[in-house]
Ligand binder design. Structure first.
Ligand code: HEM
Length: 540
């Protein structure tokens, strides 16, 4: 979750220069260079190549005056896959290989702790699991993960479908930002996951209003003393959210019914000594999950709509696949089932490829808790490390023609450690299955009932704070004109799902890139792997 750190600077880097000067000065003195601590290992090791940029400012201006992609690509070319920089007031070592990412997140994860600016911790709540490591993190994570696992999600499918249907009804006939529409959806799904179905509409509205004020403040510059700044307003909204959550907790206790939802699971939790989580711990984690679930999923959903729109033949094949489930469900009259969401091979490939190409989480942050020797380079204690997921996903070494949208590449498993849209290790995303469920259900309802017109399609990217198509992909949603109310616009019969993949792969979909030979599709490191379609490659 440290990627939200990025959001701060995206939104306000000009205003933050003065503070960076102060913050940077302190950091530099503490972070120091190699060899000052008296530790003999320090003397032997050298810092990675790279530039720490201007005094105090480092390379922050360069990072935020261009896209992060260009910033990192230029340095990777110049210095190689391990280099140093200085951004947002912190000296950093950037690591762009799967092995280095694994070292930070998995094999030597104990040497790197999660790191966030204090203003962000205050906004979400300092007890949220992603700020912690060790015993407390593991305990809370177990509860959250349990509630986001397959058993809980199976029961959640009708709620996700209802939220999707309601969002699409709202969108129908309007021209608006796809991203903002998707945020409505991910908020609703987040609320039903956390609070169940019973939340009164007026409480939900209060929650929504205050949540979005907090979110705006999170992405703004923290000036707490001035009352009208977004940051100050967000702090007040955060207090109101605390009160709303406190009210919900009291009401559940009075009813003596904790509820069959994530909030209930957190309330019921007891450690080995029988101690419960405090109300603040519950509230911080509830808000943390809501926060982590929202813009991330909404950004990827927006990209999926763009990629499908830009590849009409692929869209046809996805429609054909989805029609099978639609017909199975009596022309959409019966609800979608968990099993059906798992039987959409082409849609699943589209989801994986969208996660790779969009790479909405370009990197994450950790902080070295002691001096670390990585392949002869020194990562000094107190420095940040940044595993660069985006560069790994876009490397031609691991993904052929990496800038081409080609779902068929996932017919073969990527090399281990090269596909990390949900991170890896103890902090890997526990919401990855829910996110993928939302994507599958949205695609299903969308292509079987609607079509969408993109307004002034463009290849430009906006950071809000995650990368999304320019202006959030403005689009108009229209009901598909079919006799069945579904997607058989050309009067085709839907082939079974497996056939949809096959049809698309044998070349009916030139828009999606020409099909490759078996030899080309296999990554060299995968020569022995015979996996067919990969259903789930989140590294959690
Ligand atoms: C496409 C959507 C999503 C993407 C790309 C995504 C990505 C990630 C990544 C990369 C991390 C690890 C960050 C790090 O190691 O610093 C993470 C952590 C996390 N995500 Fe997600 N996420 C998504 C959706 C969700 C959803 C739907 C939920 C909850 C319902 C969620 C809850 C969390 C939580 C609680 C953490 C922190 C886990 C921990 O620290 O142990 N995410 N996510």
């Amino acid at each position: 979750m440290a990627f939200f750190f990025l959001a701060v600077a995206c939104a306000c880097y000009v205003a933050s220069l003065a503070v960076l000067v102060l913050f940077g000065a302190g950091r530099r003195r503490r972070g120091g260079g190699a060899g000052r601590s008296g530790d003999p290992a320090r003397g032997r090791l050298k810092l990675p190549p790279g530039s720490l940029g201007l005094p105090y400012l480092g390379e922050t201006l360069q990072l935020y005056s261009q896209s992060p992609k260009i910033f990192f690509a230029a340095r990777l070319k110049r210095y190689g896959e391990v280099f140093k920089t200085h951004v947002l007031g912190c000296p950093c070592v950037v690591l762009a290989t799967p092995e280095a990412a694994r070292m930070v997140l998995v094999s030597r994860a104990h040497l790197f702790k999660p790191t966030y600016p204090p203003s962000k911790e205050r906004m979400i709540g300092p007890q949220a699991l992603f700020f912690h490591q060790g015993e407390y993190h593991l305990r809370v994570r177990r509860v959250v993960q349990g509630w986001l696992g397959p058993d809980a999600l199976r029961a959640l499918v009708p709620d996700v479908e209802a939220a999707v249907a309601s969002t699409l009804r709202w969108w129908e006939g309007r021209e608006t930002s796809t991203f903002h529409t998707m945020k409505r959806l991910t908020f609703d799904v987040g609320v039903v996951t956390i609070f169940g179905r019973r939340m009164a509409e007026h409480v939900k509205e209060e929650l929504r209003r205050n949540y979005f004020t907090v979110e705006r403040g999170y992405n703004s510059f923290p000036i707490p003393v001035v009352p009208w700044t977004r940051y100050s307003q967000a702090i007040k909204a955060r207090q109101r959210l605390g009160a709303i959550l406190g009210g919900i907790l009291s009401e559940r206790r009075e009813r003596d019914d904790t509820g069959d939802d994530l909030l209930g699971a957190l309330m019921r939790y007891r450690n080995d000594g029988g101690a419960a989580l405090s109300d603040d711990q519950v509230a911080d984690n509830v808000l943390g999950v809501l926060f982590a679930a929202q813009d991330t999923t909404a950004s990827v959903l927006t990209w999926i709509l763009k990629f499908l729109h830009d590849n009409p033949k692929l869209l046809d094949a996805v429609k054909a696949e989805q029609m099978a489930a639609y017909e199975e469900n009596d022309g959409g009259r019966l609800p979608l089932t968990w099993a059906q969401t798992k039987r959409m091979p082409l849609t699943q490939l589209v989801i994986l490829e969208s996660l790779r190409l969009a790479s909405i989480i370009t990197f994450t942050f950790r902080e070295a808790v002691e001096d670390v020797d990585y392949e002869g380079f020194l990562i000094p204690k107190g420095w940040k490390v940044m595993p660069l997921f985006g560069s790994i996903h876009h490397s031609p070494e691991f993904f052929q023609d990496p800038q081409t949208f080609d779902p068929s590449r996932f017919m073969v498993a990527p090399r281990p450690g090269t596909f990390l849209p949900f991170g890896s290790g103890v902090h890997a995303c526990p919401g990855n299955d829910l996110a993928k469920l939302e994507m599958a259900v949205l695609v299903h309802r969308l292509v079987t009932n609607y079509r969408w017109e993109v307004i002034r399609s463009s290849e430009d990217v906006t950071y809000s704070p995650f990368p999304v198509p320019k202006r959030g992909l403005r689009a108009r949603l229209l009901r598909a004109t079919t006799t069945t109310g579904g997607a058989e616009e050309g009067g085709r019969r839907a082939p079974p799902p497996e056939a949809a993949v096959a049809l698309w792969r044998i070349g009916r979909c030139p828009g999606a890139g020409s099909p490759r030979t078996e030899q080309q599709r296999r990554h060299p490191a995968q020569e022995t792997a015979g996996d067919p379609v990969i259903q789930s490659r989140g590294s959690s």
